[in-house]
Design a protein around this ligand. Sequence first.
Ligand code: ATP
Ligand code: MG
Length: 434
Amino acid sequence: MRLSRSLVPTLKETPAEAQIASHRLMLRAGLVRQTSAGIYAWLPAGWRVLQNIARIVREEQDAAGAQEMLMPTIQPADLWRQSGRYDAYGPEMLRIRDRHDREMLYGPTNEEMITDIFRQSVKSYRELPQNLYHIQWKFRDEVRPRFGVMRGREFLMKDAYSFDLDYEGAVISYRKMMLAYMRTFQRLGLKAIPMVADTGPIGGNLSHEFIILAPTGESQVYYDAAFEQIDPASGEFSFDSNADLARCYERLTTPYAATDEKHDPVAWEGVPDRREGRGIEVGHIFYFGTKYSEPMGLAIAGPDGKPLVPHMGSYGIGVSRLVGAIIEASHDDAGIKWPDSVAPWKAALLNLKQGDAACDAICTDIYRRLGNDLLYDDREDRAGVKFADADLMGHPWHIVVGPRGAANGKVELKRRATGERTEVSVADALARIA
Ligand code: ATP
Ligand code: MG
């Protein structure tokens, strides 16, 4: 993309309304603009990041055997009356009436809808287990929307729903999701800690929140230092059988159990190297048994011909919140440092002397080769402005083309994450970026 013809409205000044780094940087780097409290428009650069995150989430969900679908944002109130949640949900739910005075709502989550779809379509135990997910906008009328997209009112979530014949099957579905989540967060350049979460009236221990450590996080957490060493992509965390899967799950949950201040300090007695920190919740997985299938009358034919009520679980990832969380985890005073996997563009091309024949020729050549993966700063601006904007926007690589180097066919290549700079030929620069 050519920056001179793109809507990437960077700001020099720090917006007064933004209290934390990620919110400030998302506004300053031209990723989003607020349209009303807790509701944001995603501008081209921000939308690219959001899509990159969604792609990684999708790849790991697919690899774990979940099937992608898309449910609507608007739901009939009737479904929520069947589960008993319509009144229970309270003012966080945006309630809508259509022209025929039918009660509708903008979905804050989709347990009722997926259960309804499942009960219409699945008749036999032979069709289970299944796991279905979608990546869709949600609306929750949060009391205090804040920190930009971190606690928005409209936000993008990946939510998956598993259906199993019994508790044992549901445990396997749950463990598979736990591992898929660890891999997902690692590919996003994040260290996520699975933290034991409240199961409320469901009981048991099958609920975990995934926490990214950041000083500005809303949750207080305690965790074993061993978490910092976990590599979910290593061979240790691959599995061919349910026994393997159980072993991987054990590695992630004990003895590394992490908790927030509300739970179970006793579990800490044996932990040799306890750490304390603040964190951002980026995902939540939950087994809830027959909480929805039972009241909504989802029953299928079991192996013995008798009706069987499937056990369910749900698995959320805050896709839009992750944009903020990644920035919280990866920035400096100058701006964002995007991990390669989610950056809006792989590289920025800085033409320091627009109109200089050698500079223009090299830039045109590089732009032709990298095309859509590159943001070409071809603006008629001072070098200082281009350097500052490239750091602010956080491109993983900066290719700097100035008249002195260009005369010898050289460019300067900068790695944003480390600040390392080297003078290289165009071919070498392209090879390193690839
Ligand atoms: P929180 O405690 O932060 O309100 P939650 O428990 O209500 O989260 P879930 O219902 O489990 O969240 O939703 C799944 C994921 O969606 C969360 O882990 C979080 O990453 C994301 N999420 C929830 N609420 C918001 C919001 N208001 N803005 C952005 N992302 C959100
Ligand atoms: Mg909430």
